[in-house]
Design a protein around this ligand. Structure first.
Ligand code: FES
Length: 131
């Protein structure tokens, strides 16, 4: 058991959120994405989402971030949640659902789930803009 793992659990990260963060689930870039956008939250942390979209359905999703464990675990969760969903379904996901999917992150980290949500919404919005 690593000290970081212990610390994350003591801080209120669930087993799932801890694993996602430590294993960097869905972190990375998609080459030649159909959509990608970057967003910086009020805390100063930044996230970038990459999507592959076919007929309005998200086929793949990954992200990169400069941020905390809350941002990384939320980004991982959101990527898992949106694969196979339509853009309309994906953009309706709220931070509470991300946190529920993760089985919990510290209360003071709710805004980190919000960063993931807002980055995804910006990515979808940009995708819809006429090129
Ligand atoms: Fe900025 Fe977590 S503290 S996203």
């Amino acid at each position: 058991m690593s000290l970081i793992r212990d610390l994350l659990k003591e801080s209120g990260y669930s087993e799932k959120a801890t694993e996602y963060y430590l294993n960097r689930v869905s972190v990375g870039e998609i080459r030649d994405p159909d959509a990608h956008a970057i967003y910086t939250g009020p805390c100063g942390d930044t996230m970038e989402f990459f999507l592959k979209v076919e007929d309005g359905v998200i086929k793949d999703a990954t992200f990169q971030a400069i941020g905390c464990a809350g941002a990384f675990s939320s980004g991982s969760a959101l990527c898992n949640m949106i694969r196979g969903k339509t853009l309309e379904e994906a953009e309706k996901i709220e931070e509470e659902e991300i946190i529920e999917y993760l089985d919990g992150i510290p209360l003071q980290k709710v805004h980190c789930a919000c960063l993931a949500k807002r980055t995804l919404r910006k990515t979808i919005k940009d995708y819809r803009k006429p090129q």
